[in-house]
Design a protein around this ligand. Sequence first.
Ligand code: PHE
Length: 461
Amino acid sequence: MKRDNFATRLGLLAAAAGSAVGLGNIWKFPYITGKNGGAAFILVYLVCIVLIGVPVMLSEFALGRKTQANAVGAYKKLEPKKSWYLTGILSVLTAFIILSYYAIIAGWVFSYISKAITGKLTSVAPSALGDYFNGIISQTAQPLFWNFVVLAITAFVVIAGVKDGVEKYSKMLMPILFVLLIILMVRSVTLHGASKGLEFLFKPDFSQLTPASILEAVGHAFYSLSLGMGIIMTYGSYIKKEENLVSLSLQVTVLDTLVALMAGIVIFPAVFAYGLEPNSGPALIFVTLPAVFKSMPFGSFFATLFFALIAIAAITSTISLLEVVVACFTEQFSIERKKATILISIALFIVGIPSTLSFGVWSDVSIFGKSIFDAFDFLTSNIFLPFAGILVCIFVGWIWGSKNAAKEISSYGAFSFKLEKVYSFVVKVLAPVVIGMIFLYFTGIMDKLKSVGTMLPNIVL
Ligand code: PHE
């Protein structure tokens, strides 16, 4: 079977950056920054991105391009007799589960667009917005309908293929995303009292920074760059040998970080200008910001632009998640693309139902003390992702070998790769150790170890 490829460099960049730029940048980054004290957290995040994010992204691109195969096939090609392909299966499974609930949040965003256009959103009293949001997400039919819309749009693009679907639409949507971001940024910073928000964003307060925030920064760097899910690997498999992977990875990372910061510049000045709290957590964009839009002249218009922006960011990410799963099924099981996409999308819709209901009629159901939605999120973001991340690093660093990876990265000498030694050290040692720590921390194992540690002296004495 002939494999599809990205046709242009710009299209490739738009698709990879489109995957990276998502709800993580516009929804999660601002609220975790708000929670962790603003600028100090951003500094730590930048260090994590450069030190861990870029090398791991390079490794995934290299693995994909070398093998010209999907996330499972790549391991099978390099180590046919070993079980490394299980790492690929873990990545594909993670992508599937993440997509099943990511599409639900994207669905909320779509429903907010429809409410912003009609002016309904800005007619709600600010104090009632929390209940309004809960009222929307706790229903059954409406969220499922919007979830269906998101999956249908995603499937439509993926069916069209890499060049005529993923590339074409990313190239169209990403510039629109930037234009919307710039319009909203200008609006926000010109509000009276905006400077406090900028100060919050750019003046570090190290007292708010805890070891936990550092681990949160590494975890978010991984999530935001779409690493550990086989996405970058799969996209890498559609890249031509002449492409410079180092500059590509740097560009994707810079764009991703730029959008996260720009989203912060849209959100915080507006939040401070209207005297609202920056640390309202996940409710920041759905509850706090509509209050901001309500007080603004032409609020419905800006609210519509804002939610359209998030919708675009989310769709280019759902496309990449679905592509990983579809690429795996078409190649490993020789299922035709259209059929595979439709079947997987139906499965996603079904798996998403319990997560959707966990905000409403099933809100009492709990798995290990978490709602179904939170349990899925926890399992994938905090356990599967770091675990797959460590395995990718070990595979590239020690099994395939960082020397071989470096050859692929430099396109066999066509480009210089000056930081090869640093790269080697990061994939072999630093990244697995740091990611291992996040894993221990988020799974609660670290706390247990610590309490054993503090108990030990007593026992010994
Ligand atoms: N990187 C995307 C974001 O920042 C999220 C994402 C996660 C995309 C997982 C694909 C897969 O939102």
